[in-house]
Design a protein around this ligand. Structure first.
Ligand code: C2E
Ligand code: CA
Ligand code: CA
Ligand code: CA
Length: 273
């Protein structure tokens, strides 16, 4: 902080300033991203824990900005949420997913799409999905939407209502990042959910952290007792996969099986060990 000069300089913090400037650049860049064709999609497979057969793919956004280079969705999605541009990006994504569903590589497998908590306040996704399904004559089970657990906590009524409509269409519903959002078990019981996705933060330390092992085991038992399937995300090692399979986890997703890849590179198997 400056000691002399006007009061308004007193709290100038170069770090905060740099962050604000970055956010501004992302905001401006996102407004042009669609028109400039800077967005793309990658797909990450989900496999059955028992046989490691692919059951579906999660669609994840990628942005390569002319000015900023590759920007992670963890950074740009929260900014896109605040400007309303995320609605357009999600519409674009859905259109791409629908096109890609016909490809030989995806072979009619289910594709999961992420919806942010805030999108349940601003848009009617059940309507959008219904239109998309009718227009393209899709099987509704070919689509799954992933909603973070925080959506249930922050915005239960609106989210629950739309999820009910979504499930009535026949589209599947997954709760994402499960274990991080403190949602009550009552919510889980009342909501139309097909899958719980165990957050990567619990999976990554399975081998070293006894608490995380207990949490993961408990989530699996809980989910099964509510009739839900469990997907573990962020599976990177054989030991993690073995533990999860032994505990009855239904499906696995992570770098061990494949990183998210563009459709054109999906056929290529490259299992790490
Ligand atoms: P998420 O939905 O939890 O997606 C999983 C993230 O974990 C992805 O990061 C994926 O690349 C990464 N991942 C998968 N397997 C592994 C692994 O084995 N190890 C590690 N370390 N990471 C793994 P990504 O693609 O950077 O996306 C980050 C987040 O951004 C997503 O987290 C999701 O919340 C959000 N996101 C991405 N695309 C979209 C989208 O189209 N719409 C919305 N609303 N959010 C999106
Ligand atoms: Ca997800
Ligand atoms: Ca997740
Ligand atoms: Ca996560």
């Amino acid at each position: 902080a400056k000691e002399q000069g006007r009061g308004r300089y007193a709290f100038f913090d170069p770090q905060i300033n740099a962050r604000n400037q970055r956010t501004m650049k992302i905001k401006t860049g996102l407004n042009q991203a669609l028109a400039r064709n800077e967005l793309s999609l990658v797909y990450q497979p989900r496999v059955l824990a028992d046989t490691e057969q692919v059951t579906g793919y999660e669609a994840l956004l990628r942005w390569h900005s002319q000015e900023l280079g590759a920007v992670s969705p963890a950074e740009f999605i929260p900014v896109a949420e605040t400007t309303g541009i995320l609605e357009q990006m999600t519409e674009w994504l859905l259109q791409r997913v629908v096109d890609d569903l016909g490809s030989a590589v995806l072979g009619g497998k289910q594709i999961s799409v992420n919806l942010s908590p805030r999108q349940f306040q601003t848009g009617n996704w059940a309507d959008t999905l219904r239109r998309t399904i009718e227009q393209h004559r899709l099987q509704p089970e070919q689509l799954c939407i992933e909603v973070t657990e925080s959506a249930l906590v922050e915005n239960f009524q609106a989210t629950a209502h739309q999820l009910e409509e979504v499930q009535a269409l026949g589209v599947e519903v997954a709760i994402d990042d499960f274990g991080t959002g403190y949602s009550s078990l009552e919510y889980l019981k009342r909501l139309p959910i097909d899958y719980l996705k165990i957050d990567r933060s619990f999976v990554s330390d399975i081998e070293t952290d006894a608490d995380d092992r207990v949490i993961v085991e408990t989530i699996i038992v809980l989910a099964h007792s509510l009739g839900l399937q469990v997907v573990a995300e962020g599976v990177e090692t054989r030991a993690q996969a073995d533990f999860l399979r032994a505990r009855g986890c239904d499906e696995l997703q992570g770098y061990l099986f494949s990183a998210p890849r563009p459709l054109s590179e999906l056929g290529v198997q490259q299992v790490k060990n």
